[in-house]
Design a protein around this ligand. Sequence first.
Ligand code: ATP
Length: 344
Amino acid sequence: MPADNLPPGAHAASLDKNTGTGTRPGGGVPQRLAQAALRDVPWEIGVAKPDPAIVVENVTRTFGGLTAVSVDHLEVQRGGITGLIGPNGAGKTTLFNLLTGFDQPNTGTWSYNGKPLGKLAPHQVARLGVVRTFQLTKALSRLTVLQNMLLGAQGQRGESFLRALVPGTWRAQEKANTEKAMDLLRRFKLDAKKDEFAGTLSGGQRKLLEMARALMSDPQVVMLDEPMAGVNPALTQSLLGHVKDLREEGMTVIFVEHDMDVVRDISDWVVVMAAGRVIAEGPPESISQNQAVVDAYLGAHHDAPLTVEEEDQVLAQAGAAIAQEEHGGGEVLGTDSTTGRTER
Ligand SMILES: Nc1ncnc2c1ncn2[C@@H]1O[C@H](COP(=O)(O)OP(=O)(O)OP(=O)(O)O)[C@@H](O)[C@H]1O
């Protein structure tokens, strides 16, 4: 069965078999543990979490005169799925970049497991266990699926110059990495594609590869940048299942997503940003009724690109106006905005 047609949850059944990593700490269900832990947490901006993996403190990032991120205090619960949402330009990607060492803040610090992470390079952050997914660049598209996976491996002994002088050691590591990559590819139903160029994958398969590649470094915190963007509905459930599986394994997941159905489905906690700031946080059900959130989205609406429906509407209106001109045989002089009727 092609990966796109997997029934929801089918991948979960193969998780333990293929990777041996699907154990649930304490025999419980982390999903419920994270939800339970967050149940009594007040829906307040900057609120303390029972067991924070990441703590952000007074982080700002400006570009010229624009403040892209200005977060006073933010805690991310360990073992939960935190959705990061907000209108276009809210600062979500910039915050992701800051938290993974891809960008440096103007001010502020953040810590992971109590260890300061500021001023670390991306690979150093990754070695500590915090990774993010990347879109397939042109260069990576020209590599095979398996080669992409091997690039995701961290802490390879071959990395070390001295060890590289001992080829036997390096080969052993390469073999282990290849086995690990194939385990992950099987789990994500991409093993049959291992020798194909990544650029030939469908949108959904690319997202699967991005996620699988991030797991090569055995992360504890995974940051997913729009994991569902461009994915057809048939594969959405499968991808959502994979994200939930990460939580089942005890990982902390932070993801940026525009699709509110997805956010509601998988988030234990939602953080809303607008104009660089956190303007609300709470469980998914707390968000849609929040007036600040509604205002932020409405306020941002005019700057956002037109949706397909809006484009259709504009085109339909233009079509009607042209038809009316042709039918009436004369020019359209004006439209009464209250009645919609054309006046001559
Ligand atoms: N490298 C940069 N140089 C200048 N301005 C930038 C840079 N990166 C981001 N910005 C600006 O910072 C603001 C926040 O951008 P960011 O991409 O973080 O928002 P976002 O919430 O991820 O938006 P989207 O949902 O559209 O991806 C925007 O106004 C953006 O134009």
